[in-house]
Ligand binder design. Structure first.
Ligand SMILES: O=C[C@H](O)[C@H](O)[C@H](O)COP(=O)(O)O
Length: 232
């Protein structure tokens, strides 16, 4: 996989934000995996924390590495969430959901005192939209919902959105941890992400979308020999 070293360096830098006693949101994906692994090393050295995973994939990883987990229903405060992103712009606006975990990721990020994004330099963009925007929808009526998503993206200023339902095994629609489908919306450019987010949020059938606006306040970009930290 590409940018392994950069991802690992970003994850290692994020460990510096972790303090004893914290409840941590554990993100999903190949970059967040490095964070969970680094966390497991710290726990083996005596750090006391507990994690709330944002996907079944991360739950399995954390359990296999001995990271203590707590059921989300039993948590009343999440001090810090560390997660990856598919794109991040210079206002810390994100596209997430490439790994289909955006719903749980957003619930946990929104409930956290601080969300830190860890990423390699390929995720930095001037304008969001090169990465197809994932939108999680209920299976019932998803073709109708897809048309509404198309209209909303057009209204927000996307010139020619193209929408495909994400496929899983056997060409069937991929089913998320929450039992929903993902619409991948190729936009090229999303000129007004906040407006697009607002319009998508009110469509019946849209469970959540992958635009994370105003959630990340720290972005860590890994490099070959370290990491740069940006605060917003
Ligand atoms: O649904 C998946 C998540 O939003 C991931 O955090 C995102 O896709 C980035 O993943 P990766 O670190 O593997 O590029």
């Amino acid at each position: 996989m590409a940018f392994e070293r950069e991802k690992e360096n970003a994850a290692t830098a994020a460990i510096e934000f972790v303090e004893d006693g914290m409840t941590l949101g554990l993100g999903t994906g190949s970059t967040a995996k490095f964070f969970v692994e680094a966390l497991a090393d710290e726990i083996a050295d005596g750090l006391v924390v507990r994690g709330v995973p944002t996907s079944e994939e991360t739950r399995r990883l954390a359990e296999s590495l001995g990271v203590p987990l707590v059921p989300v229903e039993q948590v009343d405060r999440i001090h810090l969430t560390v997660d990856g992103a598919d794109e991040v712009d210079d206002q810390a606006q994100l596209i997430k959901g490439g790994g289909a975990a955006l719903l749980r990721e957003k619930i946990i990020a929104n409930a956290s005192d601080l969300m830190i994004v860890i990423a390699d330099p390929s995720k930095q963009v001037e304008v969001l939209g090169s990465f197809p925007l994932p939108v999680e929808v209920t299976p019932f009526g998803f073709t109708i919902t897809a048309k509404k998503v198309y209209d909303a993206l057009k209204t927000s200023g996307v010139s020619r959105p193209r929408i495909d339902v994400r496929r899983g095994s056997g060409d069937k629609p991929l089913v998320t941890d929450g039992g929903n489908y993902i619409l991948d919306c190729a936009c090229s450019v999303i000129p007004d992400p906040a407006y697009a987010a607002e319009l998508l949020s009110v469509i019946p059938g849209v469970v959540e979308h992958g635009l994370f606006i105003g959630l990340a306040r720290t972005v860590i970009i890994g490099s070959d020999d370290g990491a740069s930290i940006f605060e917003y």
